[in-house]
Design a protein. Structure first.
Ligand SMILES: NC(=O)c1ccc[n+]([C@@H]2O[C@H](COP(=O)([O-])OP(=O)(O)OC[C@H]3O[C@@H](n4cnc5c(N)ncnc54)[C@H](OP(=O)(O)O)[C@@H]3O)[C@@H](O)[C@H]2O)c1
Length: 215
């Protein structure tokens, strides 16, 4: 798969690297220095390269949106035509100092992204875990009991693409339904962040849902 990374920071840099290691073609874009993008691409391997957001979007089957909420309009503008593209967003709708959600109850960051890019197929995924756990989960991907990762969206094909990427990183995808479920997934992340960054066990934290009963 060709995956364009829009925002190559903690989340985009690590997820892009893991997508490349899993065999996908990856274009890292949107950082303040081109050298950083090139270094990321070098480390990620021969299926990765650095580019502009427009280059990342061109011919991509999936785009990962991984910027601060305040940069969403700018990166989408730079990406250009995203009609028909799968946009996987891990972007949380946080205020400038990252203390509060600025969307919730009647909307979510993911739904706002879908409004900003109305012809794209938006899926909410990867935003419920801290970046610190991504490499450890990938390293443990051969275990039978994988950590869960919730995702939601309104386009079944786009969700199937996203589920593949989630599996490739080492998680068990958990389909949470339509995109509006991001209204619950996004605040759940703040709970995860609290446990990861203010708990005693360190930030390498993932979660796993288990069912009990007869089925
Ligand atoms: N970090 C986490 O654990 C985590 C977990 C769940 C969800 N999220 C969400 O995921 C999104 C990305 O988070 P992150 O932690 O990956 O953020 P980050 O490390 O700050 O990365 C954001 C990227 O955007 C780039 N950028 C910012 N301003 C720019 C500008 N003016 N021009 C060009 N590039 C610019 C940054 O460039 P530089 O590389 O030059 O700084 C960086 O590559 C956020 O919405 C966050 O809430 C994060």
């Amino acid at each position: 798969m060709r995956v364009g990374i829009l925002g190559s920071g903690l989340m985009g840099g690590k997820l892009g690297t893991l997508f490349a290691r899993a065999g996908h073609e990856v274009v890292f874009s949107y950082a303040r220095s081109r050298a950083k993008l090139e270094a990321l691409a070098r480390d990620a391997g021969k299926t990765a390269r650095a580019g502009t957001p427009a280059e990342a979007a061109r011919e991509a089957e999936a785009l990962l949106l991984a910027v601060h909420w305040s940069r969403v309009d700018d990166v989408l503008r730079q990406a250009g035509d995203v009609a028909g593209k799968v946009i996987v967003t891990c972007t949380l709708p946080m205020n400038e100092d990252d203390t509060e959600l600025v969307a919730g109850h009647t909307s979510s960051g993911a739904e706002e992204v879908a409004r900003k890019a109305p012809r794209a197929r938006v899926v909410c995924a990867f935003g419920t875990v801290p970046s610190e756990v991504l490499f450890p989960v990938y390293q443990a991907r051969r275990r039978t009991r994988r950590p869960s990762l919730v995702y939601c969206g309104d386009d079944e094909e786009a969700k199937a693409v996203t589920a593949t990427l989630i599996r490739d990183v080492g998680f068990e995808p958990v389909d949470a339904g339509p995109l509006r479920m991001a209204r619950y997934a996004e605040p759940f992340t703040l709970l995860i962040a609290r446990l990861a960054y203010e708990g005693d066990g360190g930030p390498e934290l993932a979660y796993r849902f288990e069912r009990f009963g007869s089925s």
